[in-house]
Design a protein around this ligand. Structure first.
Ligand SMILES: [Zn+2]
Length: 378
């Protein structure tokens, strides 16, 4: 039994139960690994387990403490996440007085979504870092005596986004952690955390979820086999991404994948330039969607390579486009899937570094044409 639905990660859950059984609860944990693999969910579950009013090692789901945890509204639970600071005045003590009213509203909505499904990723507009005021605020709260017994649990989402001063302030807390308190840091970017923080935390690795696990979890939704197959593959081990994809128009994503490839194959210059502008707009409006579109193109070529090496059509990710993929393999047998993949990856890397988008896209299209759509000259 668990309070929240947890996909896989039994080893980590068991390890945390053992800390309670052996009375070896650490003052700081670092949960790291693939995005959407359940780090945040297991952190919240641990908070519920530690505070459940029954004697068992599990969160019963029935007691008052579990019920409050279920709504993420427990006096012993503090969540920390990146914010967009608009008021930078010195001496401010409360991070929520530094953000706009709009963001306060957005925070409430996002936390509600998180409570409904703990795999939901809190994503506030333009929030890029965890400010020092947030850490100071938490410190003040955690040293205040609380009404309930239990354990105070602070979960820091995307801990690698703590600013340098915030990370240092956090280290100071860890030097003398208040009793019966637990800090859980979660991150999918392990290398971006300060080594001094890592070394002070007990670390648990969360591997990506298996495709079968994600497939089963989204099975209840009204999806065609084709759509479900694409979502599971695009999610790449992240249930959070799968949930996000469920809200997207997958039919449209598939259509755009084909449109891009057709535009590149024909290479009518004017049409290509216009299309680059259109795709740039998609990127600016919704980078996450753009990212998945690029991945979808990557899977299309992966399918082509798959067919070429003699695999059956049923195993294709874009199985509904098997005719087109077959035609492509026949007409362009010299295509170079590895180079195409590298080109797509390079495109994503460059855009993350804020290189001029239209230029990157044009170059990407040009290279795909070179590596995939050149007929062999005899
Ligand atoms: Zn309980």
């Amino acid at each position: 039994m668990s309070l929240f639905t947890i996909l896989d990660q039994n080893r980590n859950v068991q390890a945390l139960k053992n800390t309670m059984k052996n009375e070896k609860v650490a003052s700081a944990y670092l949960f790291y690994g693939n995005e959407g693999s359940g780090k945040e969910t297991v952190a919240l579950e641990y908070a519920a387990m530690l505070n459940c009013e029954t004697d068992s090692l599990e969160a019963c789901g029935q007691c008052p403490s579990c019920k409050q945890m279920n709504n993420l509204e427990h006096e012993n639970l503090q969540l920390v996440y990146p914010l967009k600071i608009t008021n930078k005045k010195e001496g401010v003590k409360d991070p929520f007085s530094q953000v706009s009213n709009d963001q306060i509203g957005e925070i409430q909505e996002e936390i509600q979504k998180k409570a409904q499904n703990t795999y939901y990723k809190i994503d506030l507009t333009d929030a890029k870092s965890i400010p020092i005021t947030f850490i100071r605020y938490i410190k003040k709260n955690i040293f205040l005596s609380s009404q309930s017994n239990g354990w105070k649990v602070v979960v820091i989402f995307d801990a690698h986004l703590m600013t340098h001063p915030a990370a240092n302030a956090f280290l100071k807390i860890l030097e003398e952690p208040p009793r019966r308190s637990v800090f859980i840091l979660t991150t999918s970017k392990y290398s971006e955390l300060l080594p001094t923080i890592k070394s002070r935390c007990q670390q648990l690795f969360f591997p990506p979820l298996k495709n079968e696990v994600i497939s089963e979890a989204i099975n209840g939704d009204q999806l065609s086999q084709n759509e479900s197959n694409l979502i599971v593959n695009l999610a790449g081990g992240s249930y959070s991404d799968a949930l996000w994809l469920l809200d997207q128009d997958i039919g449209k994503l598939k259509k755009q994948t084909i449109e891009i490839l057709r535009t590149i194959a024909r290479w009518d210059k004017k049409a290509v330039y216009n299309y680059v502008k259109e795709i740039a707009k998609i990127y600016k409006g919704d980078p996450r969607y753009f990212h998945q579109l690029i991945r979808s193109i990557g899977f299309w070529f992966r399918d082509a390579a798959f067919l070429k090496s003699g695999n059956t059509e049923e195993e294709l990710i874009h199985a509904d486009q098997s005719e087109e993929i077959k035609n492509f393999v026949e007409n362009y047998s010299g295509f170079q899937p590895n180079k195409v993949n590298k080109t797509l990856q390079n495109c994503i890397d460059l855009l993350e570094r804020n290189v001029y988008i239209n230029l990157v896209l044009l170059e990407t299209f040009f290279k795909i044409r070179k590596y995939a759509f050149k007929r062999k000259t005899k």
